[in-house]
Design a protein around this ligand. Structure first.
Ligand code: ANZ
Length: 973
């Protein structure tokens, strides 16, 4: 997915996607004062490179009971450091990556045994940007990899592929700046991404790698376009685009910032141009209905529902009046969701781009209307509909008749009404709609109240009442309509019924969803397979047999300056012949948008080399739908909606067998940069506590390195002055902040297994998390401890021995309990962090054992393998297994070992509870009594005392009755 240029378009109803920033101190919740001087900021400490692994077991004799890091450190101080690593990850990781590659370990055969269950786990494939991977990418990729490995070990056929969403704007912009062909840059970036992914040990089936820029792939993207065309779902229309006259090019929404071009800051206007559109609106209802069945985050489903924006209402006709107030043939049809308020419609508004406007407008008002249209053409829909913006508009000079009240009402032109929604015209009811109220108040238009709240209270004048209620002032017997006294719902129903009867309107369902603008005036995209006959201009599809229609080579990618796409420069490519008529024709020069290739790639992975079909039917039937789809929340709407749309079309034409493409979607959280600590200083450069900095109004700040910080209660303070509270904040990783962590650095310093483990251990998978270098050191130490438990400490010359230290002993019950407790936590789902904690607990327990039985350790290595596959493969092979661990059965937890073995038994002396003892579940009365007598607290009541009776309920209570007659007075308190 193209994270760099997939900004969400204006989103009508739901809140924008925001990325939480972690705030740690109460002070940090407050904004910095505006006059803050950002002086004295010390160098960036955000990502410090640590010297390699202070806690490795360097040249130290192996002690099985050693459990604390400090002991190791102590030993280290005394002995010379020989090996600077916790375990030889730098040898193990490349070795196993080579093994997997040579043996094609993760290849999913073309003809899998379909009697076995399947698991298709997919990452949103990346846009291979020049920056390479950042640590946010591996978060999702590791999670899917853990799931893939886990499912393989559970006997599933797993499909876990990777590919590239490789068409896109950045490569084209780079080509314009440097003259480098986008293909070259893209391929270079792909190579980098691939080798980075391989260095992380992901178990992708690289034999299935696909790239959207390859003709064998986009042949099918073009084929889908032809199917859409055949079914009338692709059509041409004049649509306003962002036209930048200075750059002579059409710009994508994300290239326009505040009405000017992102590059150069030139004015951008909205200009109608011929475009290809896809009729996604024809699928609006199905896209809405089928959401209910999906196992997706509720938030995404809600965003999709809002984006589709279904609303029910009515279309009603208003007759335009001539200058004498007589009815004309011209009608303005409005869309309203509140037909109950129709008697309160005191004016109409048409959008500036309303098609009939020029025939309505009076001669006197023409000039001001045209001026207004021009200004509106420069504004985006979002700007126009922003509630807080002051309303603007001009009178058209013309009136219409309210069909219910019969009164003439003025027709205004205002940009808060959009040409692209409903009918592009509204009946304005200022008493009951806030925007209309603001507008009417500004332009002195009458406000007529027609709804009162149900509770009979008076509506507050000066403000619209937009709720439902009881209808008033709404009767006109001349037209046969009286809705007074009805509820809003009943009234709406009656108005629609009336309008249908008198032929002035009808019930109508509307959607916010617009048809999909499916053309870009760009080079680096899929050519649209259409030709235009030179004589008639008629458009014809390219024959399916001629696909792929390949992108011609170009040296000059700059826009033509006339709005013609760069492909118009490929003169010999453009000229063609219509094969059926033999007539000369020209090719379409627009290309497809970047969304096209990513709409259906999950299908191609099922059968990536098929040259006859998009996907083989049987393969599709077996692998569909994607079981788990993981990616960023920024794709919650457009990508997922567009893919669902194409999928449904493919379902209708029998290419796919499921109604929906992705059964379960999971959004991984965002990884924020390392926490940054800031101290406040007064103008004399004395440190001041963050909580008192506000009072000063003006203060300086200084970034404090982590070494100088300690935690004090909920806050962070200066180590050498705990009175100085600091501001602690984590920011989104960005180049400009210098807090981006490069996974390559982490891999070379700690190894891929540590990075994988850390990313899964940072916190719940779906939450946002802060990067913390000492956290990665923690998991690295855990891996080092695991290694040394099984293989032993390095020998005196620093190298590790071959083989392992495991023994053939039968495991003890305690060992089996520890193992099965750990297995039980490695259950399905995405609670990776708790799974890792369980492994850590297991290793801590195992360090206390004298012997490490092979059966126990082997099972543990299997548990470890989805997370730290390199180490697991190495240990597995050292445990004597010649082939990969990847397909070995995942251990199952035995419930017999999961039961708690001890109970806490209350002990009463003469009926009074005096303490408790911990006993084995089946403990006898005699053993319980012995334990009680040895207990520090209870012994003083029991020792040396004559006993009259003991009452013992196994597992529940021990009651000891003393022989009072023989007890010396005062010996029992
Ligand atoms: C009269 C009315 C009275 C309205 C009232 C609302 C409240 P949704 O739910 O978003 O579909 N509308 C219709 N077309 C419009 C356009 N092209 N641009 C801007 N606004 C438009 O909202 C539908 C309502 O939004 C419609 O119902 C219309 O105003 C307005 F007390 O009609 B209503």
């Amino acid at each position: 997915m193209n994270l760099t240029h997939t900004k969400l378009q204006p989103f009508p109803h739901s809140p924008p996607l925001t990325h939480p920033t972690f705030l740690f101190s109460s002070r940090s919740l407050l904004p910095f004062p505006r006059n803050l001087k950002p002086a004295h900021v010390s160098p960036s400490f955000l990502y410090k490179k640590h010297t390699l692994l202070r806690y490795g077991c360097f040249g130290v004799s192996r002690s099985r009971t050693r459990s604390s890091i400090s002991e190791v450190e102590e030993e280290q101080k005394q002995k010379p450091v020989l090996v600077k690593r916790a375990y030889p990850f730098d040898e193990i990781e490349p070795k196993w990556q080579r093994y997997w590659e040579q043996n094609r370990t993760f290849r999913t055969p073309n003809d899998v045994d379909t009697s076995k269950p399947k698991f298709y786990v997919l990452d949103m494939f990346p846009y291979p940007s020049g920056a390479g991977l950042h640590v946010g990418h591996p978060l999702g990729y590791t999670a899917t990899d853990v799931l893939a490995r886990f499912k393989r070990m559970q006997g599933y056929n797993v499909l876990h592929p990777m590919g590239w969403d490789a068409f896109g704007l950045p490569a084209e912009q780079y080509a314009i700046e440097t003259g480098t062909h986008p293909k070259l840059t893209t391929l270079r970036n792909i190579n980098r991404f691939r080798s980075q992914l391989k260095s992380l040990g992901f178990s992708y089936d690289w034999d299935r790698e696909i790239s959207t820029i390859e003709p064998e792939y986009y042949k099918w993207t073009q084929w889908i376009f032809l199917q859409l065309l055949k079914r009338g779902l692709a059509y041409q229309a004049e649509v306003p685009v962002n036209w930048c006259p200075a750059l002579g090019t059409v710009l994508a929404n994300e290239e326009v910032v505040d009405g000017v071009s992102e590059r150069g800051g030139h004015p951008v206007i909205r200009k109608p141009m011929r475009q290809w559109m896809l009729k996604i609106t024809a699928y609006a209802d199905r896209l809405l209905e089928d959401l209910d069945e999906l196992d997706w985050p509720e938030s995404i489903k809600e965003m999709q529902r809002n984006w589709i924006g279904r609303s029910e209402g009515a279309e009603v006709e208003f007759c335009v009046l001539d200058s004498d107030g007589m009815e004309t043939d011209m009608k303005i049809t409005v869309y309203t969701t509140r037909p109950d308020t129709i008697f309160g419609a005191t004016y109409l508004v048409v959008a500036p781009e309303y098609t009939l406007l020029s025939s309505i407008v009076s001669t006197e008002q023409r000039e001001s209307v045209e001026g207004y249209q021009d200004i509106a053409s420069r504004k985006s829909d979002l700007e126009r509909t922003e509630l807080l913006k002051e309303k603007t508009g001009v009178f058209s000079g013309c009136y219409a008749k309210n069909p219910t009240s019969g009164e003439p009402i003025p027709i205004w032109v205002a940009d808060y009404v959009l040409g692209s929604y409903g009918t592009g015209a509204i009946m304005a009811v200022p008493a009951h709609d806030a925007r209309d109220h603001e507008f009417a108040s500004k332009f002195n238009i009458p406000i007529k109240w027609v709804v009162t709240p149900n509770n009979g209270s008076c509506v507050e004048s000066g403000k619209a009442y937009s709720g439902e209620g009881i209808i008033v002032n709404s009767s006109n017997l001349k037209v046969g309509l009286d809705i007074n006294g009805l509820s809003s719902k009943e009234a709406a129903y009656k108005v629609i019924e009336w309008a249908e009867k008198v032929g002035k309107g009808k019930k109508k369902v509307n959607y916010k969803l617009r048809d999909w603008l499916f053309a870009r005036q760009r080079y680096w995209g899929e050519p649209i397979p259409v030709i235009f006959l030179e004589d008639s201009g008629e458009s014809l599809p390219v024959l399916e047999s001629e696909l792929p229609l390949t992108l011609p080579e170009l040296d000059d990618f700059t826009p033509s300056g006339t709005g013609e796409p760069p492909l118009s420069k490929a003169v010999s490519w453009i000229k063609t012949i219509d094969p059926s008529s033999g007539k000369p024709a020209t090719r379409e020069t627009n290309t497809m948008p970047q969304w096209a290739g990513s709409c259906w790639y999950y299908l191609r992975f099922m059968d990536p080399k098929n040259s006859n079909e998009l996907v083989d039917k049987a393969k599709e039937k077996y692998w569909s739908p994607v079981d788990v789809y993981v990616g960023g929340a920024e794709h919650a709407v457009l990508h997922l909606l567009y893919s669902r749309f194409w999928h449904k079309v493919l379902y209708d034409i029998g290419v796919v067998s499921t109604k929906e493409p992705f059964k379960c979607v999971i959004n991984q959280g965002i990884i924020l940069g390392e926490v940054q600590y800031t101290a406040c200083k007064d103008t004399y450069e004395n440190y001041i506590s963050a909580d008192s900095a506000d009072v000063l109004g003006e203060y300086l700040q200084e970034i404090i390195p982590e070494e100088r910080v300690v935690k004090s209660g909920e806050f962070f303070v200066l180590k050498d002055n705990p009175n100085i509270r600091l501001i602690a904040r984590a920011h989104k990783m960005s180049k400009s902040r210098g807090n981006v962590v490069n996974p390559d650095d982490v891999v070379s310093e700690y190894g891929a297994d540590s990075l994988r483990l850390y990313e899964m251990f940072m916190g719940p998978f779906r939450d946002s998390k802060t990067w913390n270098t000492s956290g990665i050191e923690g998991v690295h130490r855990f891996l080092g401890r695991t290694w040394r438990l099984i293989v032993g400490s390095p020998l005196h010359h620093g190298a590790f021995r071959d083989g392992t230290l495991v023994t053939d002993e039968e495991p003890t019950t305690e060992q089996l309990r520890a193992l099965h407790k750990c297995i039980a936590k490695e259950t399905e789902g995405t609670r990776f962090n708790t799974g890792i904690s369980a492994m850590m607990e297991f290793i801590n327990a195992a360090y206390k054992w004298d012997k490490q039985p092979k059966a126990i350790i082997e099972a543990f290595v299997l548990l470890l393998s989805p997370y730290a596959p390199h180490m697991a493969e190495e240990l597995w092979s050292r445990l004597g297994h010649p082939d990969s661990i990847a397909y070995k059965a995942f251990p199952k937890a035995d419930p017999a070992y999961l039961k708690e073995s001890t109970v806490v038994l209350p002990v009463q002396i003469n009926g009074k509870t005096r303490g408790t003892i911990q006993v084995e579940k089946g403990c006898s009365e005699e053993d319980a009594f012995t334990l009680a007598s040895q207990d520090e607290k209870l012994s003083k009541y029991l020792n040396g005392k004559p006993i009259k009776k003991r009452i013992f309920v196994p597992g529940k209570i021990l009651n000891v009755i003393l022989d009072r007659q023989n007890v010396k007075a005062g010996s029992i308190q």
